[in-house]
Design a protein around this ligand. Structure first.
Ligand code: ZN
Length: 391
């Protein structure tokens, strides 16, 4: 099966000018101007890419693919995500994870959901673990999950600085990080620990202490939700300057999170001001996770659900506001994530021999077409392929 995309402006995510892109099977076979196809080639589909921007498919490293939540009791357990929700948001690679509920949710369930999404046409991995330490695993510990289960590429989301965390001590978190690190080495995986940072008093202090007191490298941790509070974000900037990676959460607003929260475009504006290394910054959606609100006494007063459409919406907003140029914006959900999670060069870039995971944007940066592993999933903003039980 061949697909030829004609005359698209290519962002690899770097700007590469107008080219044709030839897809053979699930891979990109050629990128050059005026590719001509021999007559009689069977199974050729042509897509008009003129007036379109062609980018790598997005990688979302924080999605509760099998559902999450539950802070408001069983009724508030959030549902699984469906294939078309992901593809309509431009996401062609997803990393699934558990959250606060490691009791009624399991790594087995998460693994099965990742395999289902893979069969439905996109690429899916998972983190082992949940908020708590000792954390949830499939084989008994984090190290062996990483070594033995192909789809497990890291550990997360482990909660710190949150009233819903296990209140881990320095020793507990250090031990977990070393298990994840060694498991990653033995299993040839990134082995990173994806850290949920809550709005608690401790902020990133545990991570700074580990840096100071142990030999675990700073790159072992990826703190996320760091834009939920300005004081937390200041610490994250420090973490970034020390050589760490940070992950922003899309969909956070002053209304749904805190008057002291930073929207993605505001966080990015600040990072540009302080000349931070944006190559080490990523954005994820926290889709299908719960967004509970608590009063000052810790009582739950409302609960929402994270949406994957916020991912590109928030990043595109930063481009429209001219906070960052398009290549830098795209890298936040393509190349930067692929490098962090050792998925490149197959993922996160437009290059010959990389996977044919492609998003076509219109000139207003709206998602028009999505191709996953060479298969057309979305066209004219409409899903062509649906999940197994999707209506
Ligand atoms: Zn979280």
């Amino acid at each position: 099966m061949f697909t030829l995309i004609k005359n698209a402006e290519i962002y690899s995510p770097d700007q590469m000018g107008v080219n044709d892109v030839l897809i053979a099977g699930s891979k990109i076979a050629a990128i050059q101007p005026n590719i001509s196809i021999p007559k009689g080639l069977p199974d050729l589909m042509e897509i008009d890419g003129s007036r379109k921007l062609l980018a790598p498919g997005f990688i979302d490293q924080h999605v509760h693919i099998a559902g999450g939540g539950g802070e408001g009791g069983p009724v508030s357990r959030t549902p699984e995500i469906t294939l078309s929700k992901l593809t309509l948001a431009g996401v062609t690679t997803v990393i699934g994870l558990l959250g606060v509920d490691g009791i009624t949710r399991s790594i087995a369930e998460l693994l099965a959901k990742a395999r289902a999404l893979e069969e439905e046409g996109i690429t899916a991995y998972i983190y082992t673990g949940a908020y708590e330490i000792p954390t949830r695993t499939l084989t008994g510990n984090v190290r062996s999950d990483l070594v033995l289960i192909d789809k497990v590429i890291g550990t997360g989301e482990i909660a710190i600085s949150d009233h819903r965390s296990a209140q881990p001590t320095l020793e507990m978190l250090t031990k977990l990080a070393s298990e994840s690190r060694v498991g990653g080495l033995l299993g040839k995986k990134p082995g990173i620990v994806h850290i949920h940072i809550g709005d608690g008093k401790q902020g990133l202090s545990l991570l700074f202490e580990i840096m100071k007191n142990t030999d675990i490298p700073i790159t072992q941790f990826v703190p996320t939700h760091v834009n939920r509070l300005d004081r937390l974000f200041d610490e994250a900037v420090e973490f970034l300057k020390l050589g760490g990676n940070i992950d922003l959460t899309a969909g956070i607003t002053k209304e749904n999170e805190s008057p002291h929260a930073l929207e993605v475009h505001e966080a990015l504006e600040h990072l540009v001001e302080v000349k931070a290394n944006l190559d080490r910054v990523t954005v994820s959606s926290d889709a299908n996770g719960s967004m509970p609100r608590f009063d000052k006494d810790g009582r739950i007063i409302g609960i929402g659900i994270g949406s994957i459409t916020e991912l590109w919406k928030d990043i595109a907003k930063a481009v429209r506001k001219k906070v960052i140029p398009l290549p830098t914006a795209l890298a936040l959900v393509t190349r930067n994530v692929a490098e962090l999670l050792k998925l490149s060069p197959a993922k996160g870039i437009i290059a010959v021999d990389s996977d044919a995971d492609i998003v076509l944007l219109d000139k207003d940066y709206n998602i028009d077409t999505v191709i996953a592993k060479g298969k057309l999933m979305v066209q004219n903003g409409q899903a062509l392929v649906h999940g197994y039980f999707e209506e």
